[in-house]
Ligand binder design. Structure first.
Ligand SMILES: [Zn+2]
Length: 91
């Protein structure tokens, strides 16, 4: 569920409705597409997975704390920046 997309969809839908009800010149033409697109966004949002949180390194690897390059666990130094890696299990 993408709550932000859902909210944006509802807002767009509401904007379209307002345009339609008020019959504002120029934007009245856009009220229908606004309502359709907004409705689609609101309807689709619950079916879209939430964007992923913090990125996880692949199995057996960790991110170098200095340059964020993927480094195999057990390797003492980063192959990119040469920074000493934290001890295994230290997080
Ligand atoms: Zn590094």
């Amino acid at each position: 569920m993408r709550s932000q997309l859902f909210a944006a969809g509802l807002l767009t839908f509401a904007t379209g409705l307002v345009f339609y009800v008020l019959e504002v010149p120029l934007v009245y033409f856009w009220s229908i597409p606004f309502a359709i697109v907004g409705g689609m966004m609101a309807v689709a949002a619950p079916f879209m997975s939430e964007s992923h949180g913090p990125v996880e390194p692949p199995e057996g690897y960790r991110f170098c704390p200095y340059c964020s390059t993927i480094v195999p666990i057990g390797q003492k130094n980063c192959g990119h920046c040469g920074g000493a890696q934290p001890l295994e299990g230290a997080g």
